[in-house]
Design a protein around this ligand. Sequence first.
Ligand code: FAD
Length: 343
Amino acid sequence: MRSVVVGGGVAGLAAAVQLAADGATVLLIESRDTLGGRVRLRDSGNWLLDPGLHLLRRKGPLNQLLRKLRAPRVLGPKWAHGDMLEIGGDGKFAMTALTTMSLDSEVTNKPDQLVIPRGGWSSLVGRLIVAANQLDVMFEIGKSVESLSLGMDGRIRSANIAGNDIECDAIILAVPPVESARLLETAGLDASSLRQCTEHRVAALDVALEGKPMRPYSGLFEPESGILALDVTADDRIPEGADASECTILHAVCLKGDGDAALEGIKELLDSRCSGWRSMAAARRSTTSIMLHPCSRDERVDGNIFIENSIGMAGCHVESKHYLSDAAVDTARAAAKALKPHR
Ligand SMILES: Cc1cc2nc3c(=O)[nH]c(=O)nc-3n(C[C@H](O)[C@H](O)[C@H](O)COP(=O)(O)OP(=O)(O)OC[C@H]3O[C@@H](n4cnc5c(N)ncnc54)[C@H](O)[C@@H]3O)c2cc1C
């Protein structure tokens, strides 16, 4: 049984691990030069500055998978949600906005505990890569899947990778909806439901501060502007010899949207609530637009639409009760399991 996984983000890696654990021969294709997907760590000197908040839900599918793989020391400190300030609100929405990173989700009464991953987000991704290697998953990095072909029986026959047809019996598309749609259309399949996905893009600011200007709060959430700013300082994120109680690793996003105005909004909120933060910045990265969710919750698609073609889909645009990386892992494992009887 030869399976191809398209995409080397969290969803693709989780799918590859599940397929390989179930006995398939797996080839994972990633078009960029590194695995890890949309959010990659960039150099921030001695600070570990993740791209975005990147907290882990303790009971979520990603942590469950890592536990199953016996990944060592994944969980860092609990994030202190009790010390979060909801500006102009009664605290009802802050935790839901934070767990789902959206403003339109239903308020969860008992949200899961959030944890700061040890070694940052890239270290979590690294553990999935190690597991995939141990299960003999093969990788083609820096190559794109260009098209798909079906056999006479309507099932996947091959994927064209950088000009070469690679035969396979099953495929999981773990790429954003627009790219999934493009690939499905090359095989003559109707991908109109994926074409309807509307990306939710946000402005984001990640900054390492030599100081604690957010004290006494662990986070700020302003429902009106949709701005969420968190202190996710941990010992392993600061330079050697520095004192975690005197530094801040701060991540902020504007959940209401992207663009220069949204980024300025974040900075203004920090100016008013974290006085002096600009002069404390030791490392800083900002983006006016990054895709946070590939679609809205009600645009999510059924991951099994193309299962009769032996094509599964994984990612946050596929139906799941989870959000973010947990949705990516949940849908990836479900796709791998659904393809089992079709191999
Ligand atoms: C600012 C920000 C903060 C976030 N905070 C959190 C958080 O606190 N907690 C949390 O759980 N999640 C968080 N997330 C979400 C989390 O990062 C995503 O859910 C996760 O990275 C999605 O992974 P994925 O594998 O589904 O998609 P992607 O990461 O987009 O991976 C898809 C991969 O497919 C590759 N690809 C595309 N087309 C092709 C092709 N034709 N051939 C081969 N490869 C291809 C791409 O290069 C990419 O590597 C955050 C995201 C952002 C942007």
